[in-house]
Design a protein around this ligand. Structure first.
Ligand code: SIN
Ligand code: CO
Length: 400
């Protein structure tokens, strides 16, 4: 039986939650990030009462539905009809979402951190975990009695209760057999071991493959901070795609097998020995080392998802004016930007960047904090940041 910690520090937030109210210690129920990682992360659930006191006012059913109708969001509608689970993908028509029945459906919108600045800030308060592991913030709405059914996820998740109340049942069961032909991984035999009712601001952390079932008790919104952990199938497949491009094999212009000295074969069905040798040689020529693997991983992990596009500024400032404004206002990464590094090599939105030793420290600060405070920028750094600014990868900070 799992025994989550109950950090029962109730704080009735009367004015709603603001990011300036955020406390990492409160988020983790009074335990340090180090202790959380050692005791709970990928190991066992943690329930934190009032992790974000007063949380829940940032979105309601109507504003979430608006997001679900936009091309910029990845949205899904899960419905249960006559015991059958049905899944539809957005963007949806506004009328379709207004006409939904009173019960038995959930609307889920992923990547809300790209659409709502506060959500982006909240997601990045989880930076006691590596940025490369953070995926996105998904928000769901469900009417009373609804949920997506008992299931498990492959990834760690922090489930934060927004508006309304939800009952969560969880189980460390090892039987994770799912219902055949269901579009979601609905468990065939879910045996709840523990149950809690979450109220706005409460949070439940679940490790990967931990069975759970959330049922809305009122109109209910749940915010899920999700993580990414590549599987070998994904990473090896992607690495071979990358190798193909590296070796100029992405198109059809490479060397091609030729056999001008071909003799009539005794067995036409036999694979020619020369073709086998040629294939062996072509494959052996493909080499990789740790530096190449780092290059692949940095590009792959920082690559924006397929539906992500950046918005370059309409009237970009010239480099000099940009530098002057940055010195006054500082800089912030766009919510969609992913800036990672390994040693002295940086990766911005799928592109690799070699840099001079002088720029490593400020670039690491920008990558870690996702912002740079107002300061006079080194001319080389200014040139690079100005290029990123023109691409919409970063913006000037607030005017003070
Ligand atoms: C939901 O928000 O409805 C589902 C979240 C989850 O179970 O991971
Ligand atoms: Co889940």
């Amino acid at each position: 039986m799992v025994k989550p910690v109950k950090a029962d520090a109730r704080h009735a937030g009367t004015n709603g939650f603001r990011m300036s109210d955020f406390s990492l210690s409160r988020l983790l129920g009074g335990i340090t990030p180090e202790n959380f990682l050692a005791e709970y992360w990928q190991k066992k659930p943690l329930l934190v009462r009032q992790a974000l006191p007063g949380f829940g006012d940032w979105l309601d059913r109507r504003s979430l539905s608006e997001l679900a109708c936009s091309d910029d969001a990845e949205s899904r509608l899960v419905r249960f009809q006559r015991g059958q689970c049905l899944l539809e993908h957005g963007p949806f028509e506004p009328e379709a979402l207004q006409k939904l029945p009173k019960r038995n459906w959930s609307l889920l919108v992923s990547g809300v951190n790209h659409l709502l600045p506060e959500a982006d800030q909240l997601l990045h308060r989880f930076n006691f975990l590596p940025h490369a592991r953070l995926d996105d913030l998904m928000v769901s709405f469900a009417p009373p009695g609804a949920g997506v059914g008992p299931h498990f996820d492959s990834y760690d998740v922090f489930l934060i209760q927004g508006r309304g109340r939800r009952r969560w049942e969880i189980s460390g069961q090892t039987d994770l057999t799912t219902v055949d032909d269901a579009p979601l991984r609905i468990l065939r035999d879910f045996q709840a071991e523990q149950t809690w009712e979450l109220e706005p601001g409460d949070m439940l952390y679940l490790p990967p493959r931990f069975a759970h079932n959330g049922v809305a008790l009122t109109d209910c919104m749940t915010w899920s901070v999700g993580f990414r952990a590549p599987g070998t199938r994904e990473i090896v497949g992607q690495f071979f795609n990358y190798l193909q491009d590296q070796h100029g094999l992405g198109d059809d212009t490479g060397e091609r097998y030729a056999d001008p000295d071909l003799r009539r074969p005794a067995h036409p069905a036999e694979i020619p020995a020369e073709l086998l040798q040629w294939t062996e040689r072509a494959i052996r020529e493909i080499r990789w080392d740790k530096a190449l693997i780092t290059d692949f991983l940095g590009r792959y992990l920082s690559e924006p998802k397929a539906h992500v596009f950046f918005d370059p500024p309409c009237k970009p400032l010239a480099a000099l004016a940009f530098g002057k404004s940055a010195a006054r206002r500082g800089l912030v990464l766009d919510a969609r930007s992913q800036l990672l590094f390994s040693g002295k090599v940086f990766f911005m939105n799928g592109e690799r960047l070699e840099t001079t030793a002088r720029l490593v420290t400020p670039l690491r600060a920008l990558a870690d904090d996702r912002k740079l405070p107002p300061c006079t920028l080194d001319p080389d750094l200014l040139g690079l940041l100005h290029t990123w600014y023109q691409a919409g990868y970063l913006h000037l900070g607030e005017e003070h």
